[in-house]
Ligand binder design. Structure first.
Ligand code: DQA
Length: 145
């Protein structure tokens, strides 16, 4: 089982961003935790981060060709407005799990809306770094046998 974990704009700065919203864990530390959990769950986990929307879209196209089994995505601010990213995700036929460190629904109203949550299996938010681990578990469970 191959799970691709995608991280979008500004998420390489976790650890330096507002600790009230995002804690102090770095993306590298999250990746290490995901690798460990992936091993426990018998899933191969690959993580990818970019601040460029086109690069993210092209990584999603590659995921389509590579036939990954599930995608976990924290698209950062793109979540709230990128139709290009939504259209790329819509090409995939595998389960997509949307994750956020912060509880986006308890924040500014512009963060309440996700332009792709309706094509995701579900959304996990508000649990800090744990959101990713819950997201990986959800992704592995959602992969058809
Ligand atoms: C975020 C929430 C987004 O609203 C924000 O733009 C981010 C991070 C999160 O993980 O809580 O960059 O996706």
């Amino acid at each position: 089982k191959k799970v691709l974990v995608l991280n979008g704009i500004n998420l390489n700065m976790f650890g330096k961003r507002d600790p009230k919203q995002y804690g102090t864990t770095t993306l590298a530390e999250i990746d290490t935790m995901l690798q460990k959990l992936g091993q426990e769950l018998g899933a191969e986990v690959e993580s990818f981060q970019t601040n460029c929307e086109g690069t993210m879209v092209e990584r999603i196209h590659k995921a389509f060709h590579d036939k990954v089994d599930a995608v976990v995505i924290n698209a950062g601010a793109w979540t709230h407005y990128s139709i290009g990213l939504r259209d790329a995700l819509a090409i995939l036929t595998v389960p997509i799990i949307e994750v956020h460190m912060s509880n986006v629904h308890a924040r500014e109203t512009f963060r309440h809306h996700s332009v792709f949550v309706d094509i995701a299996k579900g959304q996990i938010c508000g649990f800090g770094a744990e959101s990713y681990l819950l997201g990986l578990r959800a992704a592995v469970s959602a992969i058809p046998a």
